[in-house]
Design a protein. Structure first.
Length: 263
């Protein structure tokens, strides 16, 4: 009976925490979608700003006209606005999600593991934000310039639908931001005993080669600028991952040594 109550109690706690996260997400999703009013919402303003910010002006790259943001289906503007609002909501609710997840599973871990878990939960947000920052200021503008320049070379005028532009921005943000979680992934693997700081140091040259190839594959910029910037960021994150592995690996060894002594 006690075990059953414990399971029920955990499920009720999980339900409560999920409701908090869902409620916060719906709040952060609704505000940019309908305020200050539906036909001129913050989501629509942000989409317009991003299009004007990233797209070249008339005369650049030989464009006879400025690129146009259009829609071909009646519901395209609504869906595009909902995607932007959903991204804003997900970004805004991420600290709440990290806290609720940490608070729910942390009692099952030791004090040291809870500290590591907190670093992972909240560090993932910071690293993803860093990746989005690099994407916004360098990688996405360079990518759009290349594609627009390629089309303009054929005398075409960019007429981009709201849905395709929104999907492109979300995809590029995810593709360029997720690799920035590398130090956390290395730290968790080191904690699990899959890799060690020594192995990472030994494999440094191979890792750098893989990073450079990966950066060259996902950056369409024909100049090496975007590739070098992304490669430099990922190499620095790899080195940071080695430092993280030193501490998480040592912590794991100490805990196992203490357990061995107790046995």
């Amino acid at each position: 009976m006690d075990a059953r109550k414990t399971v029920v109690g955990h499920l009720e706690e999980l339900r409560g925490r999920l409701l908090v996260v869902i409620g916060c997400f719906l709040l952060f999703f609704t505000i940019p979608l309908i305020f200050p009013y539906f036909f001129d919402s913050y989501a629509a303003r942000l989409l317009k700003y991003l299009f004007e910010h990233f797209m070249p002006k008339a005369g650049e790259f030989g464009l006879l006209e400025a690129p146009k943001l259009i829609f071909t289906q009646p519901l395209d503007p609504v869906f595009a606005g909902m995607k932007v609002a959903a991204f804003i909501g997900a970004a805004a609710v991420s600290p709440v999600l990290a806290w609720e997840a940490y608070a729910f599973i942390s009692p099952a871990f030791s004090k040291r593991d809870r500290i590591l878990l907190a670093y992972v939960a909240f560090g993932s947000i910071l690293f993803f934000a860093a990746g989005a920052f690099v994407s916004y200021f360098l990688l996405i503008p360079a990518t759009i310039d290349i594609f627009v320049k390629y089309g303009a070379s054929a005398g075409a005028v960019p007429m981009i639908t709201m849905g395709s532009f929104t999907n492109f921005l979300l995809l590029m943000t995810a593709v360029f931001s997720l690799p920035f979680e590398l130090p956390l992934a290395i730290g968790m693997l080191a904690r699990a005993g899959v890799v060690s700081a020594k192995q990472l140091r030994t494999s440094r040259k191979a890792a750098i080669l893989i990073i450079v190839i990966f950066s060259a594959a996902i950056t369409p910029d024909p100049t090496p600028v975007s590739m070098l910037v992304l490669s430099a960021c990922l190499i620095l994150l790899y080195e940071l991952g080695i430092i993280v592995a030193v501490f998480t690996g040592k912590g794991k060894a100490k805990i196992e040594a203490k357990r061995g002594k107790k046995v």
